[in-house]
Design a protein around this ligand. Structure first.
Ligand code: ACO
Length: 703
């Protein structure tokens, strides 16, 4: 995209309001009023066919009557007039449009949205919205919106899909003192999307942190790419995580994939830090916009109260920050600034006796010490200290330490005097919070930002054309057969084409053939029903294991047919699979879905028949590299099992990593054909002994 068009949108030298109103209270009036109130220095052109003057500004009857160029047109006419005025904007040569008007795709009028988009494309225009509040920018004194005022100034920029939330957050910036330079309402995202804005904001000198409120992304992969390429921290609050993926799924993976997990995985891969709710979004934005990341692990807590110190320690554990005692030299120096009954370990407890001087000396020394990677300063309001003076002492200590590349956050627990002190700190660049938990959570955000940015974005596994050709032939045959899923044997052939180690499996159509195949494979064997109508074979009594001889084969053959016919009388039974019986191993599941937002996405977790109960699974958007799959494996709660639990030798993680990379390569390659897949269970053996995919499922995309 031509980035200069976003300059027109976000830093316009002139703004036309098409649908300017003479009536106070109307949006077409409020936008002009806001531009004037905000102190906008560019030219303002109200457009209205009948009015002559609005708020002392001359009014133009139409856009072509305006002399000279216009950078941005803000559209505030009703929806029925929108396309007509947008056409006129195109003829005038305007390149950026901010369409506040509602009544498009959000109410089912995709046709109108498309018509508007077609006009914009024809004239090379870019559209923000429609259905938005507008744009706000402190650095340009631009309030081209109907939000009441420019936000509390600062260096974060908000992009939000909810316009109402923009207005609410705008007001909260003043109560929370979290500073924003820009607030952008993105609405229906007919054209300009999150990725476009993130890319532009990366080069915006006035933005140090990008803050997102997301309901649903349209182009998940572009979002990941744009975010990953950004040098600035991005924090996202994702709303609407409960219903997504709730639709009936035919695979284990499909039933386990929810927006929380898939978006969570995508945010990880995009290097985006997450917020858990609106308050947390403000807390974390404050830290990310004011402080550098926590680059290493040595975090020191300095407090005047044991209680808040313990609360901060608990919070550190909750948010995954390891705490260590400070080294001896740090402890002995800090002991000079506390009474005998203080503690110089970690938390460093200066005790309730601590005044400005002790805070100053201990903070300055500790922050400057090479051991310290980050600092959390806590203060409990006392009768013998003045919170504002403590805040000033902390700030001076930080400045005098000369350190600029390590983070510090503060929590001041108390009443209005603490509020005043914290406001002073925030205005002076130090994030401050009313509770130790919020302070530690924000420090955790600085750590998470560092860690996800460090993530190796190394090479992904690519598949050869031969694998693809074999797989596509198998899929084409199944489609020609009118089927929407592959049989287990077909699915295993597809897996094998991508060099996934599958248990040898062959189809028998009679007892005799089963005996013959088993003799070739070697006993013991497993027998399983093959039917496109029976997805969950065990439930149908369609699986018999550990069959040791010919008699066993014959009785299993009959037993499977009988119970499957009882389970589903009209099932199309294609035969019985005869499969090598893989030795016991640790059962894991690997699977995939084709997520509507992010496309092919793989899942890994503890597998077997209890997978849906345990839900110990994790996701990544395919394709993936080794670093990503290592993270996936480490993320499951039961990861210790792979290290060799209860006397077992450690499992073959290297083979598992290979499998996950290849699996992701396979589903990425076949994403135009394949909807969902499962390899469950995959049996993982001891180190160097590899693994085996015992069961395979591939469900095709509807075409
Ligand atoms: N060119 C320019 N101006 C024109 C034209 C034209 N061709 N034709 C009419 N106008 C003028 C009108 O005369 C009127 O001015 P007036 O009040 O002086 O007569 C002005 O444009 C506005 O037109 P109205 O018909 O009065 O429209 P109204 O202001 O009632 O509504 C609006 C327009 C605000 C765009 C409305 O249709 C709308 O979409 N509202 C929703 C906006 C919104 O909520 N956006 C999403 C935010 S997200 C959230 O949830 C908060």
């Amino acid at each position: 995209m031509d980035q200069t068009i976003l300059n027109n949108l976000l830093q316009p030298k002139s703004v036309a309001i098409v649908g300017a109103s003479t009536q106070p209270g109307k949006i077409g009036y409020t936008v002009i009023e806001n531009l004037l109130k905000g102190g906008y220095q560019g030219k303002i052109y109200p457009i209205n066919p009948t009015a002559s003057e609005i708020l002392n500004l001359p009014v133009f009857p139409n856009i072509s009557a305006v002399p000279g160029d216009i950078d941005l047109a803000v559209i505030t006419v009703p929806v029925k007039l929108a396309c007509q005025v947008i056409e006129e904007c195109g003829q005038k040569g305007i390149k950026a449009l901010s369409v506040i008007t509602s009544g498009f795709s959000e109410v089912g009028r995709q046709d109108l949205e498309q018509e508007m988009l077609d006009i914009a494309r024809h004239y090379g225009m870019r559209i923000l919205g429609p259905n938005i509040v507008g744009t706000l920018s402190n650095s340009d004194k631009l309030n081209a919106s109907f939000a009441p005022f420019l936000p509390f100034p600062g260096k974060a920029t908000l992009i939000t899909q909810s316009g109402a939330l923009l207005i609410a957050m705008d007001a909260i910036t003043y109560t929370r003192k979290v500073g924003f330079d820009k607030m952008i309402s993105i609405g229906n995202m007919a054209d300009i999307n999150f990725a476009d804005l993130i890319t532009w904001l990366d080069t915006d000198d006035h933005t140090s942190c990008i803050c997102l409120y997301i309901e649903g992304l349209k182009d998940g992969r572009r979002f990941i790419e744009a975010s990953r390429n950004t040098k600035k921290p991005i924090i996202a609050l994702k709303a609407g995580v409960s219903a997504h993926g709730a639709a009936a799924a035919a695979s284990h993976t499909g039933s386990l994939a929810g927006a929380v997990k898939v978006y969570g995985a995508a945010f990880q891969q995009a290097g985006v830090v997450q917020a858990s709710d609106l308050n947390n979004l403000f807390d974390r934005t404050l830290a990310l916009s004011l402080q550098p990341p926590l680059r290493k692990e040595n975090l020191l807590i300095i407090t005047n109260g044991g209680g808040v110190g313990v609360l901060a320690t608990d919070a550190a554990e909750r948010y995954g920050i390891p705490l260590k005692f400070a080294p001896e030299d740090v402890q002995s120096e800090l002991k000079k600034h506390m009474p005998d009954y203080g503690s110089a370990k970690n938390p460093v407890d200066l005790t309730g006796m601590a005044g400005n001087d002790w805070y100053y000396k201990s903070v300055k020394f500790a922050f400057a010490h090479p051991w310290t990677d980050g600092l959390v300063v806590l203060y409990c309001e006392t009768a013998i200290t003045n919170p504002v003076e403590i805040a000033q002492a902390v700030k001076k200590a930080i400045d005098d330490s000369g350190v600029k590349d390590r983070p510090v956050v503060v929590s001041m627990v108390g009443g209005t005097r603490c509020d005043e002190a914290m406001q002073w700190l925030v205005e002076n660049g130090i994030p401050a919070y009313p509770t130790p938990d919020q302070a530690m959570n924000s420090m955790a955000a600085l750590r998470e930002y560092n860690n996800i940015r460090l993530m190796n974005t190394g090479e992904v596994e690519s598949c050869g054309p031969k694998s693809s050709r074999i797989a596509r032939e198998i899929i084409a045959k199944a489609r020609a057969d009118g089927r929407s899923s592959l049989t287990e044997i077909e699915a295993k052939k597809v897996f094998a084409a991508y060099r996934l180690p599958v248990a040898e499996t062959n189809l028998s159509r009679s007892e005799e053939e089963a005996v013959e195949l088993a003799t070739k494979t070697g006993f013991p064997i497993v027998m399983k029903v093959v039917s496109p109508d029976i997805i969950h074979k065990s439930d149908a009594g369609g699986v018999k294991v550990n069959i040791k001889d010919e008699a066993g084969i014959r009785s299993a053959y009959q037993a499977i047919l009988k119970s499957c016919k009882t389970y589903k009388p009209d099932a199309d039974i294609r035969g019985i699979a005869v499969q090598e019986m893989a030795p016991l191993g640790t059962e894991v599941i690997v699977g995939s879905i084709n997520d509507p937002t992010f496309g092919p996405t793989i899942m890994f977790g503890l597998g077997g028949i209890f997978v849906e109960v345990l839900k110990d699974v994790t996701f990544r958007v395919a394709p993936v590299n080794k670093e990503l799959v290592r993270q996936m494996i480490n993320e499951i709660h039961s990861v210790a099992i792979l290290a060799g639990a209860r006397g077992e030798s450690p499992r073959d993680r290297a083979a598992l990593e290979d499998l996950l990379c290849r699996y992701a390569g396979m589903v990425y390659d076949l994403c135009d054909e394949v909807a969902e897949t499962d390899a469950n269970p995959v049996l993982v053996y001891g180190e160097g002994e590899g693994l085996k995919v015992v069961d395979a499922r591939i469900i095709l995309k509807k075409k």
